[in-house]
Write a protein that binds this ligand. Structure first.
Ligand code: ZN
Length: 202
């Protein structure tokens, strides 16, 4: 049986379970996708990733590459397609790997899961995981990509202001109020704040 970068499949399933909460089919397939992308690129590159879905795939990338949302080397641009592009940070040269539904006829359980043809309660998780292990990266398509680096609009460095409305620090470049106070970007309203020193004595 194949492996995922330096990990055996079973090792990788354990990593996924610990990080993601359970061995989600999408994260397992994502492991093979990352493995495939790495085999096509020079070993000495400095890589970043654009992931096209917010679901499952970012966790495979964060488990197997140095790219995370926190270090900003992983960007999610959610097109809803099960795909990511791994590219060299300075040259923009990279590969896009995607789950190719046209290759799924051999793998009925994966096809039913991926295209949501099989209702959740009718899915056989054991068969699904077995098919995923057997298929490996055979169900993936790949294409060369040249990333337009200037279009990634890296956030400009900004000084910090204190918002006159919420009294929290934010980027001055965002305007006279922080984005939260300016508009309804957050799904909750103003909180009644307790200064942190009082939390400690409570
Ligand atoms: Zn504010």
């Amino acid at each position: 049986m194949s492996s995922i970068l330096s990990h055996s499949i079973d090792e990788y399933i354990k990593m996924v379970t610990s990080f993601h909460g359970y061995p989600a089919p999408g994260v397992l397939i994502g492991g093979f996708m990352v493995d495939l992308a790495y085999t096509k690129l020079p070993k000495d590159g400095l890589y970043e990733v654009i992931c096209e879905t917010a679901k499952c795939l970012p966790d495979a990338i964060q488990l197997l590459t140095p790219c995370s949302t926190g270090n900003q080397r992983l960007k999610v641009i959610d097109t809803g397609r099960y795909a990511f592009t791994l590219y060299e940070k300075r040259s923009g040269e990279g590969v896009r790997v995607y789950l190719d539904w046209t290759l799924l006829d051999e793998w009925p359980e994966i096809k039913g899961w991926f295209l949501k043809l099989t209702p959740k309660e009718a899915q056989d998780e054991g068969v699904l995981i077995r098919e995923i292990k057997e298929a490996g990266s055979d169900i993936c398509g790949m294409e060369k990509v040249q990333v337009k680096l200037d279009s990634l609009n890296k956030r400009k460095k900004s000084s910090i202001s204190i918002c006159p409305s919420c009294n929290e620090a934010y980027r001055t470049s965002d305007g006279a109020l922080c984005p939260a106070c300016k508009g309804s970007v957050l799904p909750y309203g103003r909180m009644s704040k307790t200064p942190s020193k009082r939390h400690k004595s409570a």
